[in-house]
Design a protein around this ligand. Structure first.
Ligand code: GLN
Length: 204
């Protein structure tokens, strides 16, 4: 473990999804970004990023790679984690509109609805305010989930600002676990990753 140094080791769950984009963003934020596919690799990281992709596929692969319980255990022990889109779904404590056999990790006490924005508008972009960040964040939504319920210990970080989905929660945080419905890893705006790397550093 290396959390006290200025270069924390941040794993990216590398079973499926946009792993490379997160690795690049984390490296630019000064973290040592490593791929996590096995329990030994998970044991060596200070924090974990769950990428965007397909949550049901990642759920299945977590079981195949025997990572489901180890990741749950690390989360129970307080490991910081960040999930974008499919990663948000995996971090939820309850998931709506998913497969009956899909597993999730309960890193944040929240109910998430998969593919919530519907088929007609399943991908869109907007600027939104994000708690703790100065100036609007360009948010790219790709068949994204939204958060339907948050528990008492959960901070809402961002909501859809306007349009038919105005007010929907699209970013949340509980302790050191952060989730966004959208994909900051594809925009070149590093502020969400920096916020996450900073909170990993702050645990020192
Ligand atoms: N719709 C995907 C899912 O259910 C998430 C999409 C994404 O990560 N861009 O997992």
């Amino acid at each position: 473990m290396n959390a006290t140094s200025s270069r924390p080791v941040v794993g990216v769950l590398a079973l499926q999804g946009d792993v490379r984009e997160h690795v690049a963003a984390l490296a630019e934020c000064g973290a040592e970004a490593v791929l996590v596919r096995r329990a030994e690799e998970l044991a060596a990281v200070d924090a974990l990023v769950l990428p965007g992709g397909e949550s049901t596929a990642i759920s299945k692969l977590l079981q195949v790679f025997e990572l489901l319980e180890p990741v749950r255990q690390r989360l129970r022990e307080g490991m910081p984690a960040y999930g974008s889109c499919a990663g948000m779904i995996l971090l939820a404590s309850e998931v709506l509109d998913t497969r009956a056999d899909a597993e999730h990790l309960s890193g944040i006490d929240m109910t998430v609805r998969r593919n919530a924005f519907g088929r007609q508008v399943d991908s869109f972009e907007t600027d939104l305010d994000f708690a703790g960040l100065d100036g609007p964040v360009r948010a790219v939504f790709i068949r994204a989930p939204w958060v339907e319920r948050v528990g008492p210990g959960v901070e809402v970080l961002a909501r859809v600002p306007d349009g038919p989905f105005a007010g929907r929660i699209v970013a949340a945080r509980q302790g050191d676990v952060v989730a966004t419905s959208f994909h900051p890893e594809v925009t070149g705006d590093l502020r969400v990753h920096r916020l996450f790397v900073d909170l990993v550093r702050a645990r020192g």
